[in-house]
Design a protein around this ligand. Structure first.
Ligand SMILES: *Cc1c(COP(=O)(O)O)cnc(C)c1O
Length: 402
């Protein structure tokens, strides 16, 4: 019936298969995950939670959601989980509501320094419902002494850690110590690094933070959605009622089935190998760029930031557009102490979670550094670079077969 839309899906498949995807928040979900998400489970209403539903006929979705919860708890070593958030933003909304009253104060990192919209941006609900104050970065890194100083001054209800564009490891124990000193709650939004945590290549906040939120579609490699974890029985009750009925209606059981499959994939020993490979590829590309004289943040996770203004004399937006001419997808990003506005920026954010899923090797990652360098410094033509990109992507897995 709808050729228009299916033709567009085919075009998007071509774009995904032929491009080098370096957007740090993206990944390729497996065939099984995608199959569950496109399944007849989308037909089912299941307001409520397993065995406490407002509709009949929930026998099978109850089992599916219970399995998803059990696997999430096993994967992260958590006591309780809510797998219903439609997105990471919804997960954060529910976590805030569970942790403090409206108007409560949160100490977090501002969007331009690598935080998320839901971490107190004026264009997000978060800054309207809660009072956000921010800790600065020092040379692009968290400064725990500074966070403690500000926390003692501001006396927040919650200190929030976990970011969208932070290339270094986070010391969750150091933040817990500050929370204990101040007497406030600790929340971690591990949306970006959840897969590294699940794979054992980044320290885990579970068992340290009061509440941990996540997305399931970034490094975790599942369907688009959210997740909330806690060890606290009182908090999970508040989280559950904040998700349903406060913020959401019927859960997306097809997506929850996809999350269950994703958690099973992440529990497999092969996921540890994948998580380490993401880190190795990211570091190989960043180190290679640095050896070419490019200003990069360096990396301890799945992403790094490049100062394209200082390195190539162009702003982040122009660099992003230019790389798109050779089928390399990145996003402009603010860098520490950026002199340009957020709609231009001086930086690019580059991540390796997606193409590592397709089979990108360390040598490929180094070659990508050279392609980026050659094209942004006008040392190679669009044709030459496109040929190299095509050679790489055609050596990797077809995304429909992942
Ligand atoms: C991506 C992200 C989110 C939100 O995810 P959506 O599913 O897009 O709502 C929340 N927090 C952080 C730190 C993120 O990077």
């Amino acid at each position: 019936m709808d050729k228009e839309i299916f033709d567009l899906i085919a075009l998007e498949s071509k774009r995904q298969n032929e491009g080098i995807e370096l957007i740090a928040s993206e990944n390729y979900a497996s065939k099984e995950v995608r199959e569950a998400c496109g399944s007849i489970l989308t037909n089912k209403y299941a307001e409520g939670y397993p065995n406490k539903r407002y509709y009949g006929g929930c026998v099978h979705v109850d089992t599916i959601e219970s399995i998803a919860i059990a696997r999430a708890c096993e994967l992260f070593g958590s006591k309780f989980a809510n797998v219903q958030p439609h997105s990471g933003s919804q997960a954060n909304a529910a976590a805030y509501r569970a942790l403090m009253p409206e108007g409560g104060k949160v100490l977090s990192l501002v969007l331009n320094d690598g935080g998320h919209l839901t971490h107190g941006s004026p264009v997000s609900f978060s800054s309207h419902t809660y009072d956000f104050v921010f800790y600065p970065l020092k040379d692009g890194r968290l400064d725990y002494a500074d966070i403690e100083r500000i926390a003692l001054e501001e006396k927040p209800n919650v200190i929030l850690a976990g970011y969208s564009a932070y290339p270094y490891e986070i010391d969750f124990k150091a933040i817990r110590a500050i929370c204990d000193k101040v007497g406030c709650k600790m929340m971690v939004d591990m949306a970006h690094i959840a897969g590294l945590i699940a794979g054992g290549v980044h320290p885990s906040p579970v068992g340290i933070a009061d509440v941990v939120t996540s997305t399931t579609h970034k490094t975790l490699r599942g369907p688009r959605g959210g997740l909330i974890l806690t060890d606290d029985e009182e908090l999970i009750k508040k989280i559950n009622s904040a998700i349903f009925p406060y913020y959401q209606g019927g859960p997306l059981e097809h997506i929850i089935a996809g999350k269950a499959i994703c958690f099973k994939e992440d529990l497999d020993p092969s996921f540890k190998v994948y998580a380490q490979a993401i880190k190795d590829n990211t570091k190989a590309c960043s180190d290679e760029l640095a050896s070419l004289g490019v200003k990069t943040s360096g990396t301890e996770n799945h992403l790094f930031l490049v100062n394209v203004l200082d390195s190539f004399g162009i702003n982040g937006l122009d660099a992003q557009k230019k790389l798109e001419e050779i089928n390399i997808t990145t996003n402009k990003n603010m860098i520490p102490n950026d002199t340009l506005k957020p709609n231009k920026t001086s930086g690019l954010r580059i991540g390796f979670a997606a193409i590592t899923t397709r089979g990108c090797t360390i040598d490929d990652a180094k070659e990508i550094a050279h392609i980026i360098y050659d094209y942004l410094s006008d040392k190679a033509s669009q044709e030459e670079c496109l040929a190299k990109v095509t050679k790489l992507t055609s050596s990797w897995k077809v995304i429909e077969e992942i």
